[in-house]
Design a protein around this ligand. Structure first.
Ligand SMILES: *Cc1c(COP(=O)(O)O)cnc(C)c1O
Ligand code: SF4
Length: 341
């Protein structure tokens, strides 16, 4: 066995030792205590939650660190902005069976758990009622019937929460169920864990994912090059060696990755890790995240510069999700008529 791959015990221990107390986070990073009262207030509705290994990649004494800003509760979250809602994608309406979200043709999303190893402040699911919507063994027959009723469905996307925050035993149960359906060819896993808690990709999981007949597409979620330290790079390489296709999605976040320079660096660092950029999402307009928002014009100006400076294969698709459109809607800068003729 490759010795840098951790055991389940190891990552489970890390997962039960997350930083959840804003005071501890501020102290570890030598940050001023004046940040504490707003952090405590904002954490009341959506708690602080961050793995220690992720914090170790943050710069000390820098309140603007791009990793810190993704997890530190801030007073801006308490500002109510009427353009930002509790369920911006109206997901409560595309929820036919407990745990299923079926919005696009030929693929559907299965939320295995509401739990994540990290709480990203911009998360569009921060208000989603997961507790009422988690599939268990008793839901499997209904899920199977739903998939069978649509023979075109060939891909299941495991999402969450973070689908890899469940134990190997539970994950393998679901994998076996999905493998038993001949119509399914592909299993996609949307997860932030390979980045925020790389030990999660333990030897048993990697072996099991190598053996499956399903094509595995691992879509990681990383917003800034600084998230990708050498440990993460090694783990991603191991995923690749075990036959997975690796893609990344990011969210465009003001003050975190809102410049072409940072996003280009991210694409290049991902490429070093064997990962191709997939989507760059415009922020979903969720209550409490307005301070991360960029205007469409600002986003397109950044994206235009990325288009000029990156090879096509390192350019993520800039997209926006809407409740209505049957796909994620691409955004492109306007080149004017002259270029089209
Ligand atoms: C994003 C998403 C998908 C996957 O869309 P792709 O364009 O294939 O990546 C599927 N279902 C739902 C509900 C989604 O939000
Ligand atoms: S890991 Fe994903 S689902 Fe979990 S809080 Fe972050 S963005 Fe949201």
């Amino acid at each position: 066995m490759i010795n840098h791959l951790a055991s389940e015990q190891n990552w489970q221990a890390q997962l039960s030792d997350l930083i959840v107390d804003p005071a501890e986070l501020l102290q570890l990073l030598d940050l001023p205590v004046t940040l504490l009262p707003p952090a405590l207030a904002a954490a009341e509705s959506f708690g602080l939650r961050v793995p220690r290994v992720f914090v170790s990649r943050m710069q000390k004494a820098n309140p603007l660190d791009p990793l810190l800003l993704q997890v530190l509760p801030l007073h801006q979250e308490l500002t109510v902005d009427s353009r930002f809602s509790l369920d911006p994608l109206a997901e409560r309406h595309s929820n036919p069976v407990t745990g299923l979200l079926h919005k696009y043709q030929r693929r559907l999303l299965l939320t295995l758990t509401g739990a994540c190893a990290i709480h990203c402040r911009y998360c569009f699911r921060r208000h989603f009622p997961y507790q009422d919507n988690l599939p268990g063994t008793q839901e499997w027959p209904a899920i199977r019937d739903y998939i069978q009723a649509d023979p075109e469905l060939n891909e299941v996307i495991l999402s969450g929460g973070d689908p890899l925050s469940v134990s190997n035993r539970r994950f393998f149960e679901w994998l076996e169920r999905l493998e038993s359906m001949p119509q399914l060819t592909t299993l996609r896993i949307h997860t932030r864990l390979p980045v925020v808690l790389p030990a999660r990709m333990d030897a048993a999981l990697l072996e099991r994912l190598r053996e499956t007949r399903l094509k595995i597409v691992l879509v990681i979620h990383c917003n800034h090059a600084q998230e990708l330290d050498n440990t993460v790079l090694r783990v991603l390489q191991a995923c690749k060696d075990h036959g997975m296709v690796l893609l990344n999605q990011s969210v465009l976040l003001k003050g975190i990755n809102s410049s072409a320079d940072e996003l280009i660096l991210l694409s290049e660092r991902l490429f070093d890790a064997g990962v191709l950029p997939y989507y760059l999402h415009l922020l979903d307009k969720v209550q409490g995240a307005a301070h991360f928002d960029l205007s469409r014009r600002e986003a397109l100006a950044i994206y235009r510069e990325m288009m000029e400076r990156l090879p096509g294969y390192l350019l993520p698709r800039l997209v926006r999700e809407t409740p209505e459109a049957p796909f994620k809607v691409p955004l492109l800068p306007d080149f004017g008529r002259a270029n089209c003729e």
